[in-house]
Design a protein around this ligand. Structure first.
Ligand SMILES: *Cc1c(COP(=O)(O)O)cnc(C)c1O
Length: 413
């Protein structure tokens, strides 16, 4: 009915600088974008929070214009028809270079709505996905008749068979967690499209600064905005982006599952998007320096980071990414118990299972993200007891390297 997914054409631009700001990363900062009210926004550096659940109209005709989709306008916040929500979605669509964006109350909510609309004929989940994604696909959705085939990177040769068997949605992360495996989004999208299937990439790890799956041929991009997009570990949110044609049908799921983002987290996210590029670029540089330093450290058996020439996915990452990201996984040259001691001795890195914030975090996947997996399953996925995943924050790089080097002294104690 009224799935206004992107804001209407912008108000007449100011005569000066009409052609400026081509870089999408300028958009969240540009005071003319997003417009926070279809009817004519107040100019502001910050996005106003319309903590309003419902919106009043001049008369019935004006109300019906919005209800019947003839005009864009605010109506009811759960529908996403709220000026703060519109503005955030318009900004995020510009940042991603997508036609349409839907903002959700979490990354899982965005995935759930996507699977509800497009997973009914069968999903293929490629590689290591986020734990919540794997649970939703394996434990909950089958009760609704939505079934998933799980294929690891080593089983990519079975993808075509799964598509021939009728699967119509491929879901993947690249780089993956925690091994940072890289999948070829262009090749997978080409194969999917030959079989009439769609491709959704969970781009949470890379962020739009480092990777644009839609440009590579994917149909959807999904985010946990809780991570890099929020960037300060103070907002839980998610996005689904793609063409208006494909994203529009998901709008009804969000509306009636009631998983729309609230105005306050929406405004926090709009704030965060203004610094996304500079944060992610700093995190890329710091993670690369840490990866280089740890690769040369004999107490570290292996460093998994797409920016290292020694990393198996490096060439592909260099081809499809514009930055290698702020996450790396190390394998300590020690057993699991010693690795835990290394993790415990870290001072600047906090022990926590999230990522993408201003603060550096460390997590041993066997104790958190992959704790629930059986040992054979962990082995199949190449997850070892001595792995530590690092989410590099915005602290001084030399301080972070010193913290890691000091903690690694546990290995020889
Ligand atoms: C955190 C995360 C999710 C889930 O996001 P929430 O915002 O916690 O619901 C999904 N995918 C990836 C890759 C994540 O890191």
């Amino acid at each position: 009915m009224f799935p206004r997914l992107v804001a209407p054409p912008p108000a007449p631009p100011t005569p000066r600088r009409t052609e400026s700001h081509r870089d999408p990363h300028t958009r969240p900062i540009d005071p003319r974008h997003p417009r926070d009210q279809p009817q004519g926004p107040p100019r502001r550096p910050h996005l106003p929070i319309y903590n309003t659940t419902t919106f009043a109209f001049e008369d019935t005709a004006a109300l019906l214009d919005v209800v019947e989709g003839r005009k864009a306008g605010s109506l009811y916040t759960r529908y996403g028809l709220n000026p703060t929500t519109f503005a955030l979605e318009e900004t995020m669509a510009a940042v991603e270079g997508a036609e349409a964006a839907l903002a959700f109350c979490s990354g899982m909510a965005a995935e759930a709505a996507l699977f509800a609309q497009y997973g009914r004929e069968g999903i293929v989940c490629l590689g290591d996905a986020y734990g919540g994604t794997l649970e939703l696909l394996a434990d909950q959705l089958p009760h609704l008749g939505i079934n998933t085939t799980f294929l690891l990177g080593s089983e990519l040769d079975q993808l075509e068979g799964a598509l021939q068997a009728g699967a119509r949605l491929i879901f993947l992360e690249t780089p993956t967690n925690p091994a940072l495996e890289i999948f070829d989004v262009a090749a997978i999208s080409a194969l999917a499209h030959q079989h009439g299937a769609l491709v959704a990439v969970d781009n949470t790890f890379a962020s739009p600064v480092n990777q644009r799956p839609l440009k590579l041929g994917a149909d959807f991009v999904v985010y946990s905005a809780t991570k890099y997009l929020g960037g300060h570990s103070d907002v839980t949110a998610g996005f689904l982006l793609g063409s208006a044609e494909l994203v529009t049908p998901v709008w009804g799921w969000r509306k009636n599952l009631g998983t729309t983002i609230g105005p306050e987290p929406a405004s926090l996210l709009a704030r965060s998007l203004r610094t996304l590029t500079i944060r992610v670029q700093a995190q890329n540089a710091s993670a690369q320096a840490i990866a280089d330093a740890l690769e040369a450290d004999p107490r570290v058996a292996r460093v998994l980071y797409p920016g290292l020439p020694s990393f198996p996915g490096h060439a592909l990452a260099a081809k499809q990414m514009s930055g290698f990201g702020g996450i790396l996984t190390i394998e300590v040259n020690a057993d699991g118990a010693t690795t835990s001691r290394v993790a415990d001795r870290l001072a600047l890195f906090s022990l926590a299972p999230s990522l993408g914030g201003a603060e550096s975090l460390a997590t041993q996947p066997v104790t958190t993200t992959h704790h629930g997996l059986s040992e054979p399953e962990r082995e199949r996925r190449g997850i070892t007891d001595s792995m530590v995943r690092l989410s590099v924050g915005l602290e001084d790089t030399a301080d972070l390297i010193a913290d890691l080097t000091e903690a690694l002294n546990e290995v020889t104690r």
